[in-house]
Design a protein around this ligand. Structure first.
Ligand SMILES: NC(=O)c1ccc[n+]([C@@H]2O[C@H](COP(=O)([O-])OP(=O)(O)OC[C@H]3O[C@@H](n4cnc5c(N)ncnc54)[C@H](O)[C@@H]3O)[C@@H](O)[C@H]2O)c1
Length: 377
């Protein structure tokens, strides 16, 4: 077990990492000193069936547990799921001092936190992340959201959790592509602030693939500490915190531009961000006139993704684009809709060196297009 106290926004946040295979519900109650009647659980449907429904604790207490099940898929991160949660809160007459406990990946965490931030203007919130993405990123920092009209995270609030309980035992059933693609977020914080974390990641693909528990505990704790330091004095994401968006403007646009079928995206959040990081590194390299430092980083991270079996290029023909330019134009037009844009246009984060990044408020279209084209085949 590892107990961290993350500090940001003038508060301290307990973040506990455990490796537990017992029923998570009884662990949460014991650990937080709560009774079942104090809690409203919002749980990922898959996680519920894999970890909760067959537990002795659930079978004994079934009638006393207030629970709303939501599919952890991004097309369920919407008003419909939120209203389902509000209806359950209402039906069970949940008061303002209810503890909302979000058990799931980033989708459940973001909706659960949104519900907690709005139910009677704010209830207690405990995050129990079950995906790596949620463990290292979405279960800290206070961003809540739902998607709206195909725009990712376009409706949301800032609202802090009281505690995060991170059980790496959940990772054993997380689909491989969700698990591996989440490493893009650790790569991002490592590029921004920690060369030693970056080396640790790229040099240990075996420990990553085998889900080595000690290694994971170290990577998760280092990542959340870096994130909490970056958001410390800019919780509302107005300046310093924005560098955490490194690779995301490209990444979100890639995610929505490349379709598997009419209504479903080919890349998940982590995969989009991974490719976005490569494009953002290329953008940094263009700004610094193809500096060797960036070209070396691009090669290193591209190889790392390849070793994990993740895409480091988008094959335009595979997605029925006539050519590379058509796909690049589509990604560029989706970048223009990015929520972090300013009135004057796209805002891009670029890396300056091993530990510093900055915001470019007036990026040139030709540089953005060249960066996108560098990740398309
Ligand atoms: N609030 C933030 O700061 C922040 C940061 C990063 C990402 N996000 C959001 O997080 C979401 C992505 O999160 P994600 O990658 O966790 O996706 P997700 O929540 O969709 O989970 C991925 C898949 O894994 C399943 N799953 C989760 N845990 C499992 C487990 N232990 N075993 C088996 N299956 C499991 C889910 O049902 C889902 O099918 C996006 O919506 C993104 O916008 C938010």
């Amino acid at each position: 077990m590892k107990k961290l106290k993350l500090k940001y926004n003038f508060k301290k946040f307990p973040y506990e990492i455990i490796n537990n295979s017992n029923c998570i519900l009884s662990y949460i109650l014991d650990n937080c000193g709560l009774n079942l009647s104090d809690c409203f659980f919002i749980c990922d449907k898959i996680v519920f069936h894999k970890y909760i429904i067959n537990s002795k604790f659930y079978k004994i207490n079934k009638d006393k547990i207030i629970l709303s099940l939501v599919p952890g898929k991004k097309d369920h991160k919407n008003f419909k799921s939120l209203i389902k949660i509000y209806k359950a809160l209402d039906k069970n007459n949940c008061p303002r001092d209810i503890n909302i406990i979000a058990i799931g990946g980033g989708v459940i965490g973001d909706i659960g936190a949104f519900a907690a931030s709005t139910w009677y203007r704010g209830t207690n919130l405990i995050h129990v992340p079950t995906s790596l993405m949620a463990m290292i990123d979405s279960s800290i920092g206070g961003k809540t959201a739902i998607n709206f009209q195909k725009k990712i995270n376009s409706i949301g609030t800032f609202y802090d959790q009281n505690k995060t309980i991170c059980n790496i035992g959940f990772l054993k059933t997380l689909p491989n592509e969700d698990y591996l693609s989440a490493f893009s977020e650790t790569i991002k914080v490592a590029l921004l602030k920690s060369p030693s974390l970056l080396n640790k990641l790229v040099n240990n693909p075996k420990k990553i693939k085998t889900k080595d528990p000690m290694f994971l505990m170290e990577i998760i704790s280092k990542s959340v500490i870096i994130k909490s330091k970056l958001i410390n004095d800019d919780w509302r994401d107005l300046n310093k915190r924005m560098i955490l968006n490194f690779g995301h403007t490209f990444g979100h646009a890639i995610e929505v531009s490349v379709l598997k079928s009419k209504n479903s995206h080919y890349y998940n959040h982590g995969m989009g961000v991974g490719l976005g990081i490569l494009a953002a590194l290329k953008y940094s390299s263009i700004l610094f006139e193809k500096n060797y430092f960036f070209e070396k980083k691009i090669k290193m991270i591209s190889n790392f993704f390849k070793t994990l079996g993740l895409d480091n290029k988008i094959i335009s023909k595979k997605f029925k684009f006539h050519n590379k330019i058509d796909l690049a134009n589509k990604i560029y037009s989706n970048m223009l809709k990015d929520k972090k844009r300013s009135f004057s246009g796209i805002r891009l984060i670029y890396l300056k060196n091993n530990k510093n990044a900055a915001i470019d408020n007036k990026p040139l279209k030709k540089d953005i297009m060249n960066s996108i084209l560098s990740i398309i085949d």
